[in-house]
Design a protein around this ligand. Structure first.
Ligand code: ATP
Ligand code: MG
Length: 332
């Protein structure tokens, strides 16, 4: 039986990459199978978060979920830290995962930067907590952006090693990353080689879900490009990361392939392509931003949804964690 689980960190403004790479997929999948979507506040504090702001950041992510069409009557929406079983299972998995596996994780290398000795231990072991998030519900499918593919491989390795070492074949499923789709890796508007990120210091690197029409138009206008017109072939396009990204964004927003978009716009310069992309982005994102602001105006309602989701998540997680503890030989 399929079960879907995914989450987003409350680390700042949600952007187009989160929307196309994750939120849109959550909304589609909720009607196909049992779906758990959490707000990853435990992951967020792997890098400093102001405690006075964290709860409202959690509410903002929840508002974005609701605005993009997640229905709390259909999907279970909850804050990660409200279900303490995530932390308990993560500890056990810390003892299953190998240092050598974590040493290969590219996201840690990118996020820890030049001074990795100053990074939190949590940032290093973050993919282990992620494995716990998923396997605590025995989820089988994880809709995420392309950047999370390596972490999903690690989750599978942890599941397989647990099943093997404790001689419980098939106890944990080996979950699958759902990264398909044209929006799986949206790049920064300032740098075609870096992914669009919440934590990028430049607001011009991303289109936020809460940006108004003027901001969207300005950001697309200022997006880095080259002076050449759009090429005829995908091979030529792929050799130009910034152009490829803008065509990819157009395609993802319009539910088409990059090939189809290129067929329409080949030969046009960015002077004419960018305004069309901006119109499309405003048309598609404007209503999401507006719905988000609507939900944000009633935080008590968001809290009710999150509390109910947490109660439901705890119910599903408790028997699985209890079984894990028994398998490991723990006391309680
Ligand atoms: P941070 O910089 O704090 O890590 P983020 O933008 O990477 O923020 P996350 O909360 O880490 O966002 O990721 C939430 C989801 O959005 C994940 O499924 C991730 O794969 C997806 N995602 C993040 N960035 C992109 C992107 N540029 N394109 C497509 N999907 C993305
Ligand atoms: Mg990220």
């Amino acid at each position: 039986l399929a079960r879907v689980l995914s989450g987003v960190q409350p680390t700042g403004a949600l952007h187009l990459g989160n929307y196309l790479g994750a939120l849109v997929k959550f909304t589609r999948l909720q009607h196909e199978t049992e779906t758990f979507i959490f707000v990853a506040d435990m992951h967020a504090i792997t890098q400093w978060q102001d405690p006075k702001l964290l709860k409202s950041q959690v509410r903002e992510i929840a508002a974005a979920y609701l605005a993009s069409g997640l229905d709390p009557k259909v999907a279970t929406i909850f804050p990660q830290s409200a279900v303490t079983a995530h932390a308990e299972l993560a500890w056990i998995f810390n003892c299953v995962a190998r240092l050598g596996w974590l040493d290969r994780m590219t996201q840690f290398k990118e996020k820890s930067g030049k001074h990795k000795e100053r990074a939190s231990v949590g940032l290093y072991t973050y993919p282990v907590l992620q494995a716990a998030d998923i396997l605590l519900y025995k989820a089988t499918q994880v809709p995420v952006g392309e950047d999370q593919r390596q972490h999903l491989e690690l989750t599978r390795d942890i599941a397989a090693k647990f099943n093997h070492d404790y001689e419980v074949p098939g106890f944990f499923p080996l979950p699958e990353a759902l990264t398909q789709g044209p929006g799986a890796r949206i790049m920064s508007l300032r740098d075609g080689s870096a992914k669009m990120s919440k934590s990028d210091p430049s607001d011009y690197s991303r289109i936020n879900l809460t940006d108004d029409a003027d901001a969207i138009v300005q950001k697309i206008k200022k997006a880095r490009t080259d002076p050449e017109p759009l090429p005829e072939t995908m091979d030529e396009l792929k050799a130009r990361p910034e152009a490829n990204n803008l065509v990819g964004i157009y395609a993802a927003l319009d539910g088409r392939t990059s090939e189809a978009v290129l067929a329409e716009f080949a030969g046009q310069g960015f002077g004419s392509f960018k305004p069309k992309l901006a119109d499309l982005a405003v048309a598609k994102l404007g209503s999401v931003g507006e719905a988000m602001r609507g939900y944000m105006s009633d935080p008590a309602e968001i809290d009710r949804i999150l509390d109910a989701g947490a109660a439901r998540a705890r119910e599903v997680a408790a028997p699985i964690l209890a079984e894990v503890k028994q398998i490991v030989g723990f006391w309680g």
